[in-house]
Design a protein around this ligand. Structure first.
Ligand code: ATP
Ligand code: MG
Length: 324
């Protein structure tokens, strides 16, 4: 059975981009693949955070994933920090990485800009290497991600090749799994930026209060003109809303254009609100019933399974690099 590894940071509430870019794909793939889904708590430490919040977001995220259809009988859901082998491989791969190539990472450049006053931590610089270790320690075949992670995954592939060439063939070169249309859901308050849970303003959080969701959709930035037409170049706001509506309703873009022909942005937004609640109603109800004790149990079981695979691979790696 082919293996998947992917992850999500406990850095805030799950947003629509996380769902359409990654979670929905994993839910669909968990029947056919062996899935390792990691709550990337070590990655969440790369920017300033509060210890109690990190703990809270970890449980919040795990219960959101379960409510959205991640099935712990099929998917190994675990906390990254529960599997120390990731950090061991991180060091080994770090010694193979070049300063220059890490400096080119878009996310590093963005975060370096954002935190330049406070000082830019080494963690945010090195985090693509840890991400490579996350994938390679399981020898994953496939990594479902959104568009923003493609550059990091290219680095993962490069580090796997470099390692194999230097020490001997141990790693598979993982494939990037990405759905073009949903790989980059844009922010509702600025359609030139991707939606991110750490930027809550333009972010549609799936489990937010009903009023907040309504208000955010109503306030979503639209474009000049009145037509509901798919044109990402000239109408980035409306086109982003059309992609969201398309995947909430399973309609085609042509059907959507026809549905709203002669109608205005306000009518369109009302329909998006309706479609959002129809789509997520069951998950939103399910999440309220998930108890912390259950989440804890699932994460502990996940950690055991993940450790078993990761430790086995680590043994082979330590041997081939000359540490054992
Ligand atoms: P943060 O702001 O803390 O980085 P995030 O919303 O970007 O949070 P991540 O935990 O970094 O979420 O990413 C989890 C997964 O969701 C990754 O596979 C990422 O590519 C995907 N993803 C994140 N944002 C979007 C988006 N706007 N559209 C599609 N996929 C996305
Ligand atoms: Mg992110």
């Amino acid at each position: 059975m082919k293996r998947i590894l992917t992850g999500i940071k406990p850095s805030g509430k799950v947003q629509l981009g996380n769902y359409f870019g990654m979670i929905k794909e994993v839910v669909a793939l968990q029947d056919k693949y062996e899935v390792f889904l990691m709550i990337a708590d070590l990655h969440a430490q790369t920017v300033p955070y509060q210890p109690q919040e990190l703990k809270f977001w970890t449980y919040e995220l795990a219960s959101s994933l379960l409510a959205l259809g991640i099935d712990p009988k099929k998917t190994i859901l675990f906390r990254q920090s529960d599997v120390p082998a990731h950090l061991y491989l991180y060091w080994i791969l770090g010694c193979l990485s070049y300063f220059g190539e890490l400096q080119l990472m878009h996310e590093f450049k963005e975060q370096a800009e954002r935190y330049k006053k406070q000082g830019v931590g080494v963690g945010i610089f090195m985090y693509p290497v840890l991400q490579a270790a996350d994938v390679l320690i399981y020898n994953a075949d496939l990594v479902p991600v959104g568009q923003d992670q493609v550059q990091h995954l290219e680095l993962t592939r490069e580090l796997a090749r470099r390692f194999n060439k230097r020490f001997g063939r141990i790693f598979k070169i993982p494939e990037i799994y990405l759905k073009e249309e949903t790989a980059k859901i844009m922010s509702l308050d600025d359609p030139s930026k991707k939606m991110s849970k750490s930027l809550p303003e333009g972010c549609l959080e799936i489990f937010a209060e009903e009023k907040e969701i309504r208000d955010k959709i109503k306030k979503a930035v639209t474009d000049s003109g009145q037509e509901i037409k798919y044109d990402p170049q000239n109408k980035p706001g409306i086109s982003n809303l059309m992609i969201i509506y398309k995947y909430l309703t399973n309609k085609t873009l042509v059907e959507i254009e026809q549905e709203f022909s002669g109608l205005g942005y306000g009518d369109f937004k009302e329909k998006i609100i309706e479609a959002f609640f129809d789509y997520f109603r069951t998950s939103r109800e399910k999440k309220k019933k998930i108890k912390k004790e259950k989440v804890e149990k699932i994460l502990n079981q996940g950690a055991k399974k993940a450790n078993k695979v990761a430790e086995e691979n680590l043994k082979r790696i330590l041997k081939i690099v000359g540490l054992r």
